[in-house]
Design a protein around this ligand. Structure first.
Ligand code: NAD
Length: 357
């Protein structure tokens, strides 16, 4: 098997991750990296990786068929188009761009230069997500009417550029792009309404968290939330079906399913609170519910690159498509609009059909 020669532009946190992953993928051969920072080039050399002296040197290397672009977000469009114009296939880091016009330019370039262009939506291979998706698709909980997907941290926005809008900072673009992509993959139904709030707890200029409510046609209500000032984390996933509920606490998939085992025994011992009593909110008695372990799924994120290598050779369609990327980009734009103008967006699908023809 001929290996696909690959180079990485940007050898920061994520560029380094890419080089380590690539080393374990037999379809790929790492040719080198390029970074504008001399320090990062030195680190690459210390790690036994060739550092191209210039971007042109990388682009002129005939061994390089595929380039991964892992630099700050506002530079993605220009760098990816430059790489495609040199006849190389591109994997761009997420968020692919700052708005849908930039993304359209990138898609157009891939058509113009006849090269593959895709985005590293690696969290499609998160095992917690695979498990939730499995339960949703199998109907494990019965018809699902609500899904909550959250990530919570407590250190604000990390790094030097992620907290500045000019660099494409903020949590909608940083984490939202992953969580929204997961939901759009899992739920094929039309999206009928979008509402959103953004938070600015640690940063006045850049969203450091958000809560989005998505309503799908004939489908679940979905809450997607990112917080960076949360000293107590809520579960990563919470899913409610008509026959039971599931919770996944962390990425490591600790959680459980609770299903009703006896619908007939509805009686409950009332809970007495300081100011009254309630049967409605009383817990079910033990004999009417059953706890099950999660149907834990596994995934190998290296399948992302395996697919890219095969797609370049025309052996498989590319997994992460332009239409999917555009849908998520338009969703993020709608979220900013909903939050900034305090309104509910109900024409999302019309917006999508206007852009994706
Ligand atoms: P970083 O700041 O750690 O690294 C960025 C690197 O790019 C730096 O070494 C910098 O010197 C270099 N750089 C800047 N401009 C350059 C240019 N014009 N040419 C070459 N090199 C240049 O940032 P990071 O955390 O590695 O993020 C990089 C990208 O990866 C971002 O788009 C980010 O959103 C994405 N990312 C994705 C994931 C994921 O899970 N998919 C995780 C983290 C970051």
């Amino acid at each position: 098997m001929k290996k696909t020669g690959i180079a990485v532009i940007g050898y920061g946190g994520m560029g380094n991750w890419h080089t380590r992953k690539i080393a374990g993928i037999e379809e790929l051969e790492l040719c080198g990296i390029y970074d504008i920072s001399e320090d990062r080039c030195k680190v690459a050399a210390e790690n036994g990786i060739y550092a191209y002296p210039t971007m042109d040197a990388l682009l002129n290397d005939p061994r390089v068929e595929l380039v991964t672009v892992a630099i700050p977000n506002q530079l993605h469009r220009e760098a990816c188009i430059q790489v495609m114009a040199a006849g190389k296939n591109v994997v761009c880091e997420k968020p692919v761009a700052l708005n849908h016009k930039q993304l359209q330019d990138m898609i157009d370039a891939s058509k113009q230069y006849g090269v593959l262009f895709t985005v590293h939506q690696n969290r499609r291979w998160d095992e917690d997500y695979r498990t939730v998706r499995h339960m949703y698709e199998k109907g494990t909980l019965g018809p699902v009417f609500r899904i909550e997907s959250r990530v919570h941290g407590s250190r604000g926005i990390p790094g030097d550029w992620r907290n500045q809008p000019e660099y494409g900072g903020g949590m909608v673009l940083d984490w939202g792009v992953h969580l929204l992509d997961q939901i759009m993959q899992m739920i094929p139904n039309k999206l009928t309404s979008i509402s959103a709030t953004l938070s600015y707890v640690t940063n006045e200029r850049c969203d450091d968290g958000f809560t989005v409510t998505l309503q799908f046609e004939k489908g679940p209500t979905v809450i997607v939330e990112v917080g960076t000032s949360n000293f107590i984390n809520l579960p990563r996933w919470y899913m409610l079906g008509e026959n039971g509920s599931a919770v996944i606490e962390h990425f490591a998939q600790d959680g459980k399913i609770v299903m009703v085992s006896d619908w007939e025994k509805r009686d409950a011992v009332p809970v007495v609170t300081a100011a009254g009593l309630t049967k409605t909110m009383a817990p079910r008695t033990k004999e009417t519910i059953q706890e099950y372990p999660l149907p834990k799924q596994t995934a190998d994120v290296r399948d992302f690159y395996r697919n890219v290598a095969k797609a370049i050779r025309g052996e498989e369609p590319q997994l992460i498509t332009h239409a999917e990327l555009m849908r998520v980009m338009l969703l993020m734009e709608a979220i900013f609009e909903a939050a900034e103008e305090n309104k509910v967006i109900t024409d999302f699908e019309d917006r999508v059909s206007e852009v994706i023809r």
